[in-house]
Design a protein around this ligand. Structure first.
Ligand code: ATP
Length: 655
């Protein structure tokens, strides 16, 4: 519906945003964005409705039950696009989440029924039939437009689909959203600009549409966009919805006149109560009937919001009383009865033995092969890892900088006894600080976790697939860091000059980094808030440093710290392993005294020859020499426990 053809007659040529003037009216130019493939066409869901929907939360201030959505009823038919509108805090997101079978709000109790073709829906059914486009898009900045849609398709579509068909769908969708020219442009990272805000929103919707949803939920699809870009985004959505007969339900904050008139229906809310539900074209007449005549030349969305926005109280204007009046009028109106009757009719029709609408229980959605999901995630993470300099490149530079710093501080340590302590310090610092620096992984993991949360809510990715791919993709990167760091530091510090000793050092450092990163993953899964995850990981690393046997040797560490924490401290095994690697087969020179004798810092059977056996140093720290194999096993066990706990946290902890 174009602005100028609106029955309200309130939109004027000068109000039509640039986008409309640039693109023309989509209705007048149906080939503007041709949708070539037929896969999107909805011939399954004829109607989607919600009946007597109520949401109650525990008031965060008083602790008493608080109703944030009351007796909401609504119905949307295939091919229609509805705007859920209302002032901030009116319950738009609550309504959208409830009808999409998502958590309405933290700790909320939802009652009521959601119906597709008159049949009550379940979360599983809605997940199969719909897609939800969140306000904050889950796009990965380093992927191109084409890759973004391609990976979304791989995660959602049946593995039996041919490559050709898959690519065809991806290209069609990109073209349908006017992104053909940007196909190979990246979304955009903090250091490399990519798509514009409007293009990102369009890509977000396109990548959700690749799953063939029959119902599309959109949470504020125009947030953060100016009116021209908002118009453009809604125009594309409207066009694709109309051509494919989709049910489109969008919450929207304050649309311009032209954007407002592109919707077919309006659901107007204030403080969780319905003020109007019905065709956009009849809203004006309804409000006139109940005593609120909209002046000409006014943006209808703005006018309705002004009527009910209790945040905008002006002197002499009792908004609260007016809002109460409007909601009471609606509850008692014929229009609201008509909505309920329409819903009831679909319920009756669904019960009818010769029903004409498809039975949703009989609809089967083909899912990808379970092996395809982790593989696709791995492929996607791989592209991200070599393109995303922020996530990976900067960390490599940081580790190399640290290696040069350490290597030049502990520069070419000698084999006399005064260098024994610096060697021990280098071993401790290398293992402990490298582990500590894994905190730099927190932001990258939280970003991946946020993407996962959104894909999971859309039924695309499960916690096991996510955990497996996250673990595997990290290994080559951690190995690369280990090798680069070790090459620099090992020779600069002058650790034991032997190829196999170098390999063992690399093994210990690699296990150290894998364990440290696994700890980051566990903490960030339980506490997915940046500062909290950062603080807890840093604290845990501090704890592991304190009890790993360097600051206080294990044989004198007090019983509490030894038995409660030391044995589960992965840094302790790394420290011991590196110590054995360095000291087991090496000797150090004692100091020669003026009388020709020797002054040796560690008692050893070689003291009489003016030497200290490295094993004497290990004895002083209470470190055994024959347990390396066991320690490697324990390290692998600790890594496995961290990862399993992280998986369980993702699986069961709700955020
Ligand atoms: N535990 C709670 N205690 C008190 N009020 C709550 C609680 N949970 C949610 N609310 C309130 O419920 C209302 C509905 O929130 P919702 O996010 O659905 O509004 P919205 O219309 O989407 O707002 P916005 O446009 O700002 O996103 C808000 O006013 C919110 O403060």
């Amino acid at each position: 519906m174009s602005a100028s053809s609106s029955t309200d007659g309130t939109a004027h040529e000068h109000e039509r945003p640039q986008a409309e003037r640039r693109f023309g009216d989509p209705n007048r130019d149906p080939e503007l964005n041709p949708v070539k493939s037929v896969h999107l066409v909805n011939d399954v869901v004829h109607s989607f409705a919600w009946k007597d929907l109520n949401v109650v939360v525990k008031d965060r201030n008083t602790g008493q039950p608080l109703s944030i959505l009351s007796d909401a009823n609504g119905i949307v038919h295939a091919g229609e696009m509805i705007a859920i509108m209302g002032p901030s805090g009116s319950g738009k997101t609550t309504l959208l989440n409830s009808i999409a079978h998502r958590a309405a709000a933290a700790g909320a109790t939802t009652t009521g029924t959601m119906l597709a073709n008159g049949q009550p829906t379940t979360w599983e059914k809605i997940r199969d039939l719909s897609s939800y486009v969140e306000q904050e898009d889950a796009l990965i900045g380093s992927l191109t437009v084409r890759e973004t849609v391609y990976f979304a398709a791989k995660l959602a579509l049946s593995s039996h689909m041919s490559r050709k068909e898959l690519h065809q769908r991806v290209d069609d969708l990109i073209a349908s959203f006017g992104l053909g020219a940007q196909k190979h442009t990246i979304v955009g990272t903090p250091i490399k600009k990519g798509l514009s805000g409007g293009q990102k929103k369009r890509l977000g919707v396109a990548s959700r549409l690749v799953t063939d949803p029959k119902i599309l939920f959109l949470d504020e699809p125009t947030s953060g966009l100016d009116s021209t870009l908002s118009y453009e985004v809604i125009k594309y959505i409207k066009e694709i919805g109309r051509k494919n007969n989709l049910v489109i339900i969008a919450s929207i904050h304050q649309p311009s006149t032209s954007t407002y008139h592109m919707f077919d229906k309006l659901c107007l809310l204030s403080l969780g109560k319905t003020c109007y539900f019905g065709p956009i074209s009849e809203a004006r007449a309804y409000f006139t009937k109940i005593g609120y005549e909209m002046p000409a030349e006014v943006n209808p969305a703005e006018y309705f919001l002004d009527l009910i926005n209790i945040d905008l109280v002006r002197e002499g204007d009792d908004v609260r009383a007016r809002m109460d009046h409007i909601t009471r009028e609606w509850a008692a109106s014929n229009e609201s009865v008509l909505v309920k009757n329409e819903i009831d009719r679909t319920i009756e029709a669904a019960k009818h033995p010769e029903k004409t609408m498809p039975d949703l229980d009989k609809i089967k959605i083909n899912k990808p092969n379970p092996v395809v999901i982790p593989w696709t995630l791995l492929h996607r993470s791989w592209i991200k890892s070599y393109r995303d300099v922020v996530a990976y490149g900067i960390r490599i530079v940081m580790y190399l900088g640290l290696a040069i710093l350490m290597g030049t501080v502990f520069l070419r340590l000698k084999s006399s006894q005064t260098y024994i302590q610096p060697f021990i310090n280098a071993i401790f610092f290398g293992g402990a600080f490298m582990s500590f620096m894994a905190v730099a992984y927190v932001p990258a993991f939280l970003e991946d976790r946020a993407t996962f949360a959104k894909e999971r809510a859309n039924g695309l990715v499960g916690p096991l697939s996510f955990m497996i791919s996250n673990f595997i993709i990290g290994l080559p990167f951690l190995f690369l860091i280990t090798v680069l760091f070790s090459i620099v530091i090992y020779w600069l510090t002058n650790f034991r000059n032997d190829g196999s000793a170098f390999m063992m050092w690399v093994l210990w450092l690699f296990l150290d980094l894998v364990a440290a990163e696994s700890l980051v993953v566990l903490v960030s899964c339980v506490f997915p808030v940046f500062v909290v995850a950062l603080a807890i990981t840093a604290f845990a690393n501090g704890l592991w440093m304190c009890v790993d046997g360097f600051l206080v040797p294990m044989n004198i560490l007090n019983a509490f710290w030894k038995y409660v924490f030391h044995y589960i401290d992965f840094q302790a095994y790394v420290f011991q392993g590196m110590m054995v690697n360095e000291f087991k087969e090496r000797t150090y020179d004692c100091t020669t005294t003026p009388d020709g004798g020797y002054q040796c810092m560690y008692p050893s059977e070689l003291n009489s020859e003016g030497k200290i056996a490295g094993t004497a140093v290990l004895d002083a720290f209470g470190i055994n020499t024959g347990l390396q194999g066991t320690w490697v096993g324990i390290m692998i066990g600790i890594i496995a426990v961290y990862r399993i706990l992280a998986y369980l946290a993702l699986r069961f902890v709700k955020h």
